[in-house]
Design a protein around this ligand. Sequence first.
Ligand SMILES: Cc1cc2nc3c(=O)[nH]c(=O)nc-3n(C[C@H](O)[C@H](O)[C@H](O)COP(=O)(O)OP(=O)(O)OC[C@H]3O[C@@H](n4cnc5c(N)ncnc54)[C@H](O)[C@@H]3O)c2cc1C
Length: 384
Amino acid sequence: MPLHEQRRAIANAEAAPRPALSPKRKVLEGEGNELRMNDPSAFDIPGCTLTLNASLRERTTFRVPARAARLIEVARSDALPQLFARDELARDDILVLGGGSNMLFTHDWPGTVVAMATRGVDIAEDRGDNAIVRCAAGENWNDFVHWALAQGFAGLENLALIPGCVGAAPIQNIGAYGVEVKEFINAVEVYDRRTRSIEHLSRDQCAFAYRDSLFKREPGRYVITQVNFLLPRTHALRIDYAGVREELAAMQVATPDARAVARAVVRLRMRKLPDPVVVGNAGSFFKNPVVESTKADALGAKHPDLPRWQVSDMLAKLSAAWLIESCNFKGLREKDAGVSNQHALVLINYGNATGAQIWALAQRIQHAVVERFGVLLEPEPIVV
Ligand SMILES: Cc1cc2nc3c(=O)[nH]c(=O)nc-3n(C[C@H](O)[C@H](O)[C@H](O)COP(=O)(O)OP(=O)(O)OC[C@H]3O[C@@H](n4cnc5c(N)ncnc54)[C@H](O)[C@@H]3O)c2cc1C
């Protein structure tokens, strides 16, 4: 189902007559609060701030122009039940925003953008060899990784310097240099707009896959409020990725630990990826396509230098960067929309590109790769 239809289904489910509230939900939701969605000064949900006609430009790393009819910043997750209890919001199109590093706005958002600004991290349960660590959705991901390393935990080092918030990490099961965040997630706390309650989803319930999860498949339904990690104190380092190994060698680290690997990953990323503070981008714009092994073998026979990795008996992953580069898009620029000359997977806003221009370029790339290789590239960011 297309994104807008999925959102509509959730909005309709919410607008439908509600069953009697359980006592727990009654307490959570509170009663009798008027949102006054068109009057920020009368908007009085504790921990929430309303802005009308808000610019989103500086809230996404692509920095394309876009506005939200309403922006609600949420600094307390226990405000969510009260917030979503109101019919005005139940009927509205809701988009949750973290750091905006995996989003491309091609038009203004006619509904409400909910920006998670909650803070807090603590060790909920220390078991000696490992611990359950709880982190609020609004915390910065890279800060959290470095906090965990400073506390003596290992495992997240390969995911250092990925932009964005902790609450967004489960959405596409962020991954880098051979590690995916799902390996360290114990549970995810969400506000479920369908059941109108706070729920805890186990790792299995999150249905994580390559750059995918339950949350990505049901957009608009869940607001992630907190992520519970299971972090080990000792952990086999993953330094098989050539770039990381070479970086450690360049740093002259003979026996690396988790913190050294994090430093290597940071150095590598700073050298290889365009910095979104300097030039607008959302990292890799396309996922590496997963195709049937027979198709990958046929392509490999024709193009021996096409990088490919077996992911199961029947499936293989292809390098999207190679496919794009082979179609001569690397370094291409059309007005202010372009493809990075550092990395063919990264689309760039050189300053004044609109989201629609970047999306048009992305679609040209998709068409060219389908024509030449018969492979459809799927966008990694959320395109709205
Ligand atoms: C330079 C650069 C490098 C990158 N490198 C990587 C990489 O190596 N690996 C990788 O996996 N990604 C990478 N990314 C993509 C991006 O950083 C991650 O996907 C990140 O997790 C997005 O976080 P965010 O807070 O910016 O999310 P946003 O862009 O704000 O949101 C992304 C999606 O998550 C949803 N969302 C956000 N917060 C919540 C919440 N609390 N509850 C419910 N839904 C929510 C949004 O609705 C949206 O669908 C990179 C991006 C950039 C710019």
